[in-house]
Design a protein around this ligand. Structure first.
Ligand code: G3H
Ligand code: 13P
Ligand code: ZN
Length: 321
């Protein structure tokens, strides 16, 4: 069942984080739904501009609608990831999305506020909520590449002013993560002190953590053993840190790269082990299972595993009121 992102956040804030995963194809969608049913966790399906171009808007919607029928127990929201203003309006008008992210974080503060405000007005009129981003995450986003050195942590006072002026419903904050497989050099972890300062200024307001893949070392090693050429020093966010971020207001955690690593490992190992195979359904089946298992583990780390019954009763209560 597709629900509003706002409803998921109401159930989650301070107790667990909702995992937000990007999808581009049927196999990812099947793994995502199966994994969350097994974990008994709500989730957010994220669609990027790149995914909309790759699979096509209608195809992605059809895949999700098919999964919705196939897995009636699932509770999830559909969200545009890193949208520009035009794509936000397309998604708002489509009637299919629960929420959109307007990413104007590369713009100066006032311009970011103005763009976000416009999107918020259009989205709220149709019952959607809006995520915006402030501060510069490192790594590569669709339209901007930011190196570690220039990535800036979100300033807590600016975050408060931004939320007040823009009217956004959740905020992606730069707290030490970055996109892609190469996040940290040397020893680093999330900046919990910074998250706590932001929460102090914005109590009860959902914060979003992008760039939250863990880039497991063994996954990278397995890929490289089968001919991959990923940098073995690649490392991401330690998933055990999610539980510490949850009471500080981190309510949505974005994970994409790790899922791509699962895909790459399963396919490389399959074709290494079965070089004569050309039936793509064989590695496809392996990938759906491996991705579902991966989702179960992430849900535990996000503390969302097992929360489906309580989310369901909160939704039932809200609709009865
Ligand atoms: O942050 C971006 C997500 O990982 C989506 O990636 O734009 O290649 O679909 P994409
Ligand atoms: P990762 O690259 O760490 O998976 O981050 C994904 C993301 O933030 C999508 O918006
Ligand atoms: Zn992101």
């Amino acid at each position: 069942m597709i629900v509003t992102t706002a409803d998921l956040f109401k159930s989650a804030y301070g107790k667990f984080a909702v995992g937000a995963y990007n999808i581009n194809n049927m196999e990812q969608a099947l793994g995502l739904f199966k994994g969350h049913i097994e974990a008994q966790a709500p989730f957010i399906i994220q669609i990027s501009k790149g995914a909309r171009k790759y699979a096509g808007v209608k195809m992605l919607e059809a895949i999700i609608r098919a999964c919705d029928e196939e897995f009636p127990e699932a509770i999830y929201a559909v969200h545009l990831d890193h949208g520009d203003e035009k794509t936000c309006y397309e998604c708002i008008d489509s009637g299919f999305y629960s929420s959109v992210m307007i990413d104007a974080s590369h713009e100066p503060f006032d311009e970011n506020v103005a763009i976000t405000r416009r999107v918020v007005e259009r989205a709220h009129a149709k019952g959607l909520s809006v995520e915006s981003e402030m501060g510069m995450l490192g790594g590569v986003e669709e339209h901007v590449s930011v190196d570690e050195k220039h990535a800036m942590l979100t300033d807590p006072d600016e975050a408060k002013a931004f939320v007040e002026q823009s009217g956004c419903d959740s905020l992606a904050v730069a707290i030490g993560t970055s996109h892609g497989a190469y996040k940290f050099s040397g020893n680093q972890s999330l900046h919990f002190d910074r998250i706590a300062e932001i929460q102090k200024r914005l109590p009860g307001f959902p914060l979003v953590m992008h760039g939250s893949s863990s880039v497991p070392k063994d996954e990278v090693a397995r890929i490289n053993l089968c001919g991959g050429q990923l940098d073995p020093s690649a490392r991401g966010v330690d998933a055990s840190e999610f539980a510490k971020a949850v009471p500080l207001g981190v309510t949505k955690v974005n994970i994409d790269t790790d899922g791509r690593l699962v895909w790459t490992r399963v396919h490389r190992e399959h074709f290494q082990n079965y070089p004569a195979n050309f039936d793509f359904r064989k590695p496809g089946e392996g990938y759906i299972k491996a991705y579902a298992d991966f989702i179960v583990e992430k849900s535990k780390a996000l503390l969302s595993a097992g929360t489906l019954p309580q989310v369901q009763s909160a939704l039932t209560l809200a609709s009865a009121a």
